[in-house]
Design a protein around this ligand. Structure first.
Ligand SMILES: [Zn+2]
Length: 307
C-alpha cells in the first residue's frame, strides 16, 4: 500500500512538471550536416587567467543574478517553478558556478532548464557536468547541436577551436522560439557566425518596479574563425552579416555579456556596490557593442581577402 501511494505521489509530481520544461518535437528538421574542424585542435584554448578565477555572485535585477567567474558570464534566472541557467563556464570553472548558485541559497536540483549562448569550450565546457549535477534539461540551437554533442568547434578556425566534454541536447530551438518556466519567457535570437548556432537571448525583468529588456549577447567576435574559404562553414560571412542585422533590431535596457567585459560589467557591479541602484541599465551599450564588433569584423574580413 505504502509503495502504491509513493508511486502515485511520484507520478503526481511528474505530471505537474511545467510543460515548457519538457523537450517537444519541432516541425522544422535540424538543418545540419556539419563538418568538424579539420585543423589541429588545441586542448585548453588560449590562456586566460580570468576564466577560472572566482567572482562573487551578484544581483542584476529582480530574479536575475550573475553566477559566473571573473572572465566568463553565467546567468541565473529565478522563476516560480525553479531556475534557468544560461551557459556553464569552462570544464573547471563550472565548480565555481555551482558554488555561486548554492551561495545564493539554492540547491543544484532547483535548476530545471539549462541554456547556452554558443558551443565553445569556455562557455559550455562545464555543461555536461552542470546537466548531470542539476538533472535539468538542456535547450540549444539546431546550429550548435552537432558541436555540443561532439564537444568540438564546427568549422575551420586558425586556433583550432578547442574541445570540451560533449553534452546531449534535449530540446532544439530555432530563431524566435521561446523557453518558458514559472512565469518567465526567454526568447532566442539566432546570431550565427561566431559559431553556427550562436544565440542571443532576451527577457523582460523588473527592477525597483521598472520594467527592463535584458539582452544576453551571444558573441560576434571573429576569434580565429576562417572567414575566406572556410570549407566546413561556407556561409560564415553571410551568417555574421545576418547576426549584425539581427542585433541592430534588438533594443536592450540591460546588456549582459558571456564575457563580462563586453558590457563593462565589472564597472557596473562596482557602481552598484557604491550605491547606484540602476547600475546595469545602459541602453547605449548594445548598439555600441554591435557597432564596434561589426567594424572589427570588417577589418578581419578585409585582411583575409587581401591575403
Ligand atoms: Zn566563443
Amino acid at each position: 500500500m505504502k509503495t502504491v501511494l509513493l508511486a502515485a505521489a511520484i507520478l503526481a509530481a511528474l505530471s505537474v512538471s511545467p510543460a515548457d520544461a519538457r523537450p517537444r518535437p519541432k516541425a522544422k528538421p535540424v538543418a545540419d550536416a556539419p563538418v568538424a574542424s579539420p585543423t589541429p585542435v588545441y586542448k585548453d584554448g588560449p590562456p586566460d587567467t580570468t576564466y577560472e578565477v572566482p567572482h562573487k555572485p551578484y544581483r542584476i535585477a529582480d530574479g536575475l543574478d550573475y553566477v559566473g567567474t571573473r572572465g566568463i558570464g553565467v546567468y541565473m534566472i529565478e522563476t516560480h517553478d525553479g531556475l534557468i541557467v544560461l551557459d556553464s563556464g569552462t570544464e573547471k570553472g563550472v565548480d565555481l558556478v555551482e558554488a555561486n548558485i548554492q551561495a545564493l541559497g539554492f540547491k543544484l536540483s532547483d535548476v530545471h532548464i539549462l541554456l547556452e549562448t554558443h558551443a565553445h569550450w569556455d562557455h559550455v565546457g562545464g555543461m555536461a557536468k552542470l546537466k548531470r549535477d542539476t538533472g535539468a534539461i538542456f535547450v540549444a540551437s539546431a546550429g550548435d547541436r552537432y558541436g555540443l554533442e561532439n564537444g568540438v568547434h564546427v568549422g575551420e578556425n586558425h586556433y583550432g577551436g578547442g574541445t570540451f566534454p560533449a553534452v546531449s541536447v534535449d530540446r532544439v530551438i530555432n530563431d524566435g522560439d521561446k523557453v518558458k518556466l514559472g512565469g518567465v519567457t526567454m526568447t532566442a535570437h539566432l546570431t550565427p557566425g561566431h559559431t553556427r548556432g550562436d544565440t542571443t537571448w532576451t527577457m523582460d525583468v523588473k527592477d525597483h518596479g521598472v520594467k527592463h529588456t535584458v539582452v544576453f549577447y551571444g558573441s560576434t567576435t571573429v576569434a580565429g574563425n576562417v572567414l575566406v574559404g572556410n570549407n566546413a562553414y561556407p556561409n560564415i560571412v553571410a551568417d555574421y552579416h545576418l547576426a549584425f542585422t539581427h542585433l541592430k533590431a534588438i533594443k536592450a535596457d540591460i546588456l549582459l555579456g558571456n564575457h563580462p567585459e563586453f558590457a563593462d560589467q565589472e564597472a557596473k557591479y562596482q557602481a552598484q556596490l557604491a550605491g547606484k541602484t540602476d547600475a546595469f541599465v545602459d541602453p547605449k551599450a548594445l548598439p555600441n557593442l554591435v557597432k564596434q564588433s561589426e567594424a572589427d569584423f570588417g577589418v578581419a574580413l578585409a585582411k583575409e581577402q587581401t591575403k
